[in-house]
Design a protein around this ligand. Sequence first.
Ligand code: URA
Length: 199
Amino acid sequence: MPEINWELFERQVAECRLCPLCGQIRHKVPGQGDRNAPLMLIGEGPGQVEDEEGLAFVGPAGQLLTRMLGSIGLPRERVYICNVVKCRPPHNRVPTPEEAEACRIHLRMQTFLVKPRVIVLLGSTAAKYLLNPEIRITRERGIWTERKGIWMMPTYHPSALLRDESKKPQAWEDMKSLREKLKELGLYPDLLAEKDGGI
Ligand code: URA
């Protein structure tokens, strides 16, 4: 049994051929950020800009995500960000259950390595895949669930907020709830100034 470490993770993703998605991409997007972060954010899958750059959440949705984190005083370099699938689905379609299942091995290893205390699930794909296949994001966003010592909360995907601004007040409630959870767990970075500006 090989030792599980970041090098193995990177190699495993680079060499992965477990589903057909890797045949049509420019770059794999394993995820990035603080590998010791107590907070992990999980989205759906890379979009066009992410595919071009090999980095998660760097396109328009990613820029909004950076602002959402900033709205509660969290610099995004302090968190770990990744996706359910590491390869861009063609035309940004939702990954199939088979693709998500094939990629589970990577997400599992990543979660094992980061050891987050809190996970925020961005959008219904991540919420369905990691929390509850029947979940309705409009109804169940903002609700905390503890699994094996990890607190998880689904919220709207930033792309959904870009499409429909009327969802932003609820997303802001979720960000404040995230800040409260981090404080409750003693994880809110004490060197950061509190902000309360909305998103
Ligand atoms: N949408 C996602 O779900 N992930 C990204 O990395 C970018 C957009």
